[in-house]
Design a binder for this molecule. Structure first.
Ligand code: SF4
Length: 594
């Protein structure tokens, strides 16, 4: 540490927020680098305060550090000023805990959360003195692996990543490190070949016809502590995963489709994990994480028990994502034990027709009931998530968002309730691989702008609502990269060479650069993003087998065309293929009788 402080003193004293770069946070593992048989640095290609909150990172960090032989360190994308200082003083990026150069690790594991972080990964490799292209790496370089949502189409970054982990990473990470430990010292290509044989691993150098997703049948391994940021992070709270997978099968949602089947954690395990996590960390908030938290069989009982446990302590619960049809008055009341925060509901679409097209299985009545339950219980702030530009959308569907808010206001007034303040976060549909809408083209930027203006024209009628639109330009880039083939690697490389960095922050994106460099490579970003493909065509992501049958996905797409819904799989199996192909089944907690 003292050497490190001497070496990096000028950099740390000149940069903004040095606390991002010094490590030694409360509850960090701080294992001995020299004693470990295999060392991995988990690298989050975004700023410290984003990465330190990432739940996937926390799980993998916990699992590796729970072993006696292996060490996990962490690294995040430095802000631009720090990067500049590294260049000036010719210093490499390092692991936050061990302070060892990233190049000296056996593995660097990059989280692939969003497409706009691709160029950041390349920059981190450069500042770690690791060759950008896999083909140029030698035995002196770490093995670069990646996992996360974007790994479901590895093609655009296959030139830069040695291995992709497809699916749940919990078991496979230990298998990779064990295998590496057995064969380390062998030629790099032999090591990669061996590792490519592990289930769930896709190696671009040794591609299989398809790589099947791995999944864990139960979720035994869960952290009850994690490093706490020196200053702040986007989620300063104890996070406990209560359920993986979502049986609702909204047709645009990649997470739902690539995390099937549903696996619920048992109520008592959730309670003890939450109590331990809060006790170990001192957080005053806990989050019960799932794609749809109030779908858990025993959600009311869990919150009720935790309320009893934390009574009078000022500790609050947050549910990151809730279903309006499951939002009961009892749950609303349970959640306001200590402090009322904003209630978040995701209708995704304003009209019933559109909600049927996307398979939301949610009626207007259910949305209204959920909102009224909240308002009656004293909440006056509601946050809604909507999407525009969805397949088969009409102008009436867009305007129905305003109609829905008007109806809420009318119903509140009728009951003599206070009109809530409503914030609508309105994103743009991005077609995602391995979903029924993955083949469908996105609306052009101009068309999205027209729809946005159409909705804004109704703003005077819904004065209590704030309409926040996600950038259509960013959405177009996301749609392009998420479905692109390996040709997009050339563009990612050129963008990186031309300074694209931390482009997950919109203010950093040089849109002109994206489009001009794409043109120089004969790539038409808008055309690619807006193309509706024939499902019979081969797509770049066909090398990944999520367990979903292609026929089922196509059938879902055809049902959407006719605004026909599919029953959520917790009520009736629609034979998507996952359970038989992955030899598994859905797991629900037993209903508690309290
Ligand atoms: S096979 Fe049936 S039960 Fe299993 S995930 Fe698919 S729809 Fe659900």
């Amino acid at each position: 540490m003292s050497n490190f402080l001497e070496e990096y003193a000028l950099i740390l004293s000149s940069c903004e927020r040095p606390s991002r770069y010094i490590g030694d946070e409360f509850l960090s593992a701080n294992k001995d680098f020299d004693m470990a048989k295999v060392r991995v640095a988990f690298v989050f290609p975004d700023k410290y305060e984003i990465g330190i909150s990432n739940f996937g990172h926390k799980i993998l960090y916990h699992i590796v550090n729970s072993t006696s032989d292996f060490l996990a360190d962490r690294a995040y994308a430095p802000d631009k000023d720090f990067l500049e200082l590294l260049k000036i003083y010719s210093k490499p990026l390092y692991g936050l805990e061990t302070k060892k150069p990233l190049k000296s690790f056996d593995f660097l594991g990059f989280a692939l959360q969003y497409e706009m972080s691709y160029t950041t990964i390349l920059t981190i490799l450069e500042y770690s003195n690791v060759p950008i292209f896999s083909k140029d790496r030698t035995n002196d370089d770490p093995i670069i692996f990646s996992g996360g949502p974007c790994a479901y189409n590895p093609a655009p970054i296959s030139d830069f990543i040695d291995l992709f982990v497809i699916g749940d990473g919990e078991d496979v990470i230990v298998e990779i490190l064990n295998k590496y430990n057995e064969i380390q010292g062998a030629p790099r290509t032999d090591i990669l070949k061996e590792l490519s044989n592990i289930k769930g691993v896709f190696c671009p150098l040794y591609p299989k016809k398809t790589t099947k997703r791995t999944f864990i049948p139960d979720k035994k391994s869960h952290p009850t502590k994690s490093p706490i940021s020196h200053f702040t992070s986007i989620h300063d709270r104890a996070t406990v995963e209560i359920r993986r997978g979502c049986a609702r099968l909204c047709r645009f949602c990649q997470s739902a489709h690539t995390n099937l089947p549903v696996r619920e954690r048992k109520m008592n395990d959730i309670i003890s994990l939450t109590c331990d996590y809060v006790k170990n960390t001192g957080y005053d908030e806990y989050s019960l994480l799932s794609l749809s938290s109030n779908d858990h069989t025993n959600i009311e009982e869990i919150i009720s028990k935790l309320n009893e446990h934390f009574l009078g302590s000022g500790i609050n619960v947050s549910l990151p994502s809730q279903r309006a049809d499951k939002f009961s008055l009892k749950l609303a009341q349970l959640m306001q034990q200590e402090k009322k925060s904003t209630i978040t509901i995701a209708p995704e679409a304003g009209s019933q027709r559109m909600r049927d097209i996307i398979n939301k299985n949610l009626t207007q009545e259910q949305i209204l009931n959920a909102v009224l339950s909240c308002v009656r219980s004293g909440w006056d702030k509601i946050k809604f998530y909507f999407i525009i530009g969805l397949p088969f959308e009409t102008d009436e569907d867009v305007l129905a968002i305003a109609d829905l808010i008007k109806t809420i206001n009318y119903n509140c007034k009728k009951e003599g309730l206070r009109i809530p303040s409503i914030t609508c976060s309105i994103s743009v549909f991005v077609p995602k691989p391995h979903t029924p809408f993955g083949w469908h083209g996105q609306n052009s930027i101009e068309e999205i702008e027209r729809k946005k203006q159409l909705l804004l024209s109704r703003k005077p009628e819904i004065k209590n609502a704030k309409l926040n639109f996600h950038s259509q330009k960013v959405s177009q880039l996301e749609a392009f990269f998420t479905r692109a083939g390996s040709y997009a690697g050339d563009l990612i490389y050129l963008l990186y060479k031309n300074g694209s960095y931390l482009d997950s922050w919109e203010e950093n994106i040089n849109f002109e650069l994206y489009y001009s460099l794409a043109e120089s490579l004969n790539i038409d970003i808008q055309k690619e993003a807006c193309t509706t493909y024939n499902p019979a065509n081969e797509m770049p992501w066909d090398v990944i087998d999520t367990g979903l049958n292609k026929d089922w996905l196509i059938n879902e797409y055809n049902l959407a065309k006719n605004a026909k819904t599919t029953v959520p799989c917790e009520l009736k199996c629609s034979n998507c293929g996952v359970c038989s192909n992955l030899k598994t089944h859905k797991v629900f907690d037993e209903k508690a009788n309290l």
